[in-house]
Ligand binder design. Sequence first.
Ligand SMILES: Cc1ncc(C[n+]2csc(CCOP(=O)(O)OP(=O)(O)O)c2C)c(N)n1
Ligand SMILES: [Mg+2]
Length: 347
Amino acid sequence: MANTAEKAKGAAPAADANLPYALRTYSPEVLTEALRKMMLIRKFEEGAEDSYMRGLIHGTMHLSIGQEASAVGSSMSLTDEDKITSNHRGHGHCVAKGADLGRMFAEFFGKETGYCRGRGGSMHIADVAKGNLGANGIVGGGLPIAVGAALAAKRLGTGAVTVCFFGDGANNEGAFHEALNMAAVWKLPVVFVCENNKYGMSTSVERSTAVKHISERAAAYSMPGVTVDGNDFSAVAEAVDAAVARARAGEGPSLVENVTYRWRGHSKSDRNRYRTKEEIAEWMDRDPIKRMAAMLVDHGILTQEGIEALEAGVAQQIADAIAFAAASPSPQASEATRFVYTEETAA
Ligand SMILES: Cc1ncc(C[n+]2csc(CCOP(=O)(O)OP(=O)(O)O)c2C)c(N)n1
Ligand SMILES: [Mg+2]
């Protein structure tokens, strides 16, 4: 397992302690792929937003534009055997874990080729083959599931690690505290990744959370806790890689807090009355994709033309995924109640 995880990093370039962690650790190919994945998440979200405006998607959805470094940076040492649990803002986690984009769009469009045959929508996508145990519409709902998956991995000796993504809002739920305690007591291979995007719906972290840094809560459960700039790919990867290595070595859970920001409203109905235009603009200046691209250009890993080629490839991939979903069949009305609770294998 450790070998497979090491392989995911590619051949490390010559060590230079002054370089950011990502440049010291990953090969140019792995870094380029990480940037491409972040671009893919951004384009995916923009494609979803556009499709929603066109009336192709019903219900609501929660976009993670601005949070791409957290999703991709937290997945760098994970293999398909490793698990993730996600939350309602989970498209980026899904894409980072290797989901099929056509099946994701098909799910949003309510099509038979979607991950839940169009019955679930944005907040119910799971991709077990890739180790994604699912999005979750219940705030904090993924935390106990992650602990269960980590307990199973420990009991079965699979060597798999679970990364549990959740928001700042979830850290005030009872499930958060119960999950961290149980994971610590049983030294389970799980990494709790809190995406602190400063708000739970319209409530700021300052108004809802007694501690300054959510990572401080790790101390109550005797596990390491660290807060990093969640818009800095390298900082996220450094913190989560270390936590994954610790989990894989049997040393137990960790809590990593990625401080980030969602550029869009909480969901499609949000009118953004609780944040100022200036605050949003300030965070847009800290664009994680631009920062990653600049780092790779500055260190001679990519050229501007190389970045443009990546963008063009990503745009094509999203257009193809949307076209696949649009051309897919809708479920038969007579079958609306089938496949709702579980996947049927035979008619
Ligand atoms: C148990 C529960 N309580 C309340 C809600 C309504 N709700 C949906 S998302 C959300 C805010 C979650 O905030 P956070 O965890 O910070 O995630 P973010 O939306 O900021 O990514 C709330 C309160 C819910 N879905 N589940
Ligand atoms: Mg939040």
